[in-house]
Design a protein around this ligand. Structure first.
Ligand SMILES: Cc1cc2nc3c(=O)[nH]c(=O)nc-3n(C[C@H](O)[C@H](O)[C@H](O)COP(=O)(O)OP(=O)(O)OC[C@H]3O[C@@H](n4cnc5c(N)ncnc54)[C@H](O)[C@@H]3O)c2cc1C
Length: 423
């Protein structure tokens, strides 16, 4: 079949790869000049298979409200909030307090995470992609005794799902991360043994090149303006290459992987995708002293900042901000990220000279991504991966490709069904 994938972020590219491996003719349409240039560009780099969770939880709401009132707290809301932001927050609250929903979604996302590790292994075995990838584990630091108590509770779910972990004492943390010499408070850590890291942008570009070498067509610098459909099927997409006139591209099947812009393309179909662009920031710096840097990926629960080793660089990311598509990078946010790095890994890199970036997590109000058949016969959705698109892309691409081929996927897609927001 000829399949058009809309979007060449990490989700679109892995989808193209999964479809190409199953023998389909694939065309990817991307408005940017290359793959992985939007949200997949400079994220935290964690492949956190054991730490994927829905953000709509009553416990999270309780924590988040005080964060909103802190001057440099990790959660920010642009005032006055837009109608979209308010709608999104109300929908999140509805899911957070719906009985049983958080537990079901958490388990569904963790199963997807575990499966993603397997799917990544397959890709990495087949292709020697160079993306500073590693599987050295992930550390969640506890900067208070209460955080450590919470990790002991989390460990019960991990044990139930067979996810490998260790609860570490402060001495064991320093042994596992000898570069962590800073004065930040430390009461121990939860280590996810099989989680990994990697540069999502380099991976997207490398995998896109492998797809192209295999015969997949990439139409870069080309925006999809609309899906052309009747009540049953999509017949084509109206596309506009930069500086040229509109064209219509026909195909048998269409997959929507346009990240935060996915809702704009389903509006005329009567399908409301409540994906909101949740902003975050990152700083990437070349290491000046590798022995003082993280060896893997570290979540500092004090500043809510993640620091990740990517080859000879380190990247630190933070903030969850509801501000629409505002691309400004206030110095104040970067200062908090720098303070976190200084308090844990002083002397590892010159963070003052780091490259700053902002991106938008394509977040659903409940948390799980949207994976499955759309409202029309030949339209499929693989989008809305929020905070975990890099981690989950390999599994969600495999599952959507199986569904398109008419096979029963190895995991239930119930928690990810596109129609759940209007039920
Ligand atoms: C600060 C931050 C830190 C993060 N850290 C992590 C992490 O550590 N681990 C993790 O798993 N995830 C992380 N994420 C989330 C992760 O980056 C995203 O979930 C993931 O990149 C989403 O990929 P995507 O392909 O769906 O979206 P995108 O990368 O945004 O790709 C969508 C593509 O579609 C294209 N497009 C959209 N509309 C059109 C159109 N009309 N025509 C043509 N092309 C179109 C866009 O140009 C874009 O290239 C983080 C995100 C942020 C912001």
């Amino acid at each position: 079949m000829h399949i058009v994938v809309i979007g060449a972020g990490v989700v679109g590219v892995t989808t193209a790869w999964a479809l190409h491996r199953r023998g389909h003719q694939v065309t990817v349409i991307e408005r940017h000049p290359g793959a992985g240039l939007e949200t997949s560009k400079a994220n935290a780099g964690q492949r956190s298979y054991g730490v994927v969770y829905p953000w709509a939880s009553a416990a999270m709401v309780k924590k988040a409200l005080p964060w909103l009132l802190q001057r440099d707290g990790p959660l920010k809301l642009k005032l006055p909030p837009s109608l979209e932001a308010l709608r999104f927050m109300i929908a999140t609250l509805r899911f957070a307090y719906a009985p049983g929903v958080f537990g079901l979604n958490k388990r569904a996302m963790l199963r997807l995470g575990i499966y993603s590790r397997t799917c990544f292994d397959d890709i990495e075995r087949e292709l020697a992609l160079d993306f500073d990838g590693d599987h050295g584990g992930l550390l969640h630091l506890a900067s208070t005794p209460a955080a450590m108590a919470e990790y002991r509770e989390t460990a019960k779910v991990l044990r139930e799902l067979g996810i490998a972990y260790q609860l570490l004492t402060p001495a064991q943390v320093r042994e596992s991360e000898p570069g962590m010499t800073g004065p930040g408070p430390l009461y121990g850590a939860l280590k996810y043994d099989t989680d990994g890291t990697g540069d999502c942008h380099l991976f997207s570009q490398g995998l896109a090149a492998a797809c192209e070498a295999g015969g997949v067509t990439f139409r870069y610098n080309t925006a999809v303006e609309r899906l052309v459909c009747d009540h049953h099927r999509v017949h084509g997409v109206d596309i506009r290459p930069d500086g040229a006139g509109q064209e219509r591209l026909e195909a048998d099947v269409f997959v929507l992987s346009a990240g935060c812009d996915s809702p704009a393309l389903t509006r005329n179909l009567g399908l409301r995708l409540p994906i909101y662009p949740v902003k975050g920031y990152s700083l990437t710096a070349t290491l000046t002293d590798a022995s003082r840097a993280p060896t893997s990926t570290i979540h500092d629960d004090h500043f809510k900042v993640v620091s990740t080793r990517l080859g000879d660089r380190m990247r630190a990311t933070g903030f969850v901000e509801l501000a629409g598509f505002d691309r400004q990078i206030p110095e104040r946010r970067l200062e908090v990220i720098r303070r976190s790095v200084e308090s844990r890994f002083p002397g590892a890199a010159d963070m003052g000279a780091a490259t700053a970036w902002t991106g938008f997590r394509p977040m659903t109000p409940d948390g799980p991504p949207i994976i499955g058949p759309g409202p029309l016969d030949n339209l499929y959705l693989n989008t809305g991966h929020g905070t975990f698109g890099w981690t989950l892309c390999a599994a969600s691409a495999d599952l959507i490709a199986e569904v398109i081929d008419g096979r029963e996927p190895v995991l239930s897609l119930d928690a990810f069904r596109p129609g759940r927001f209007s039920e």
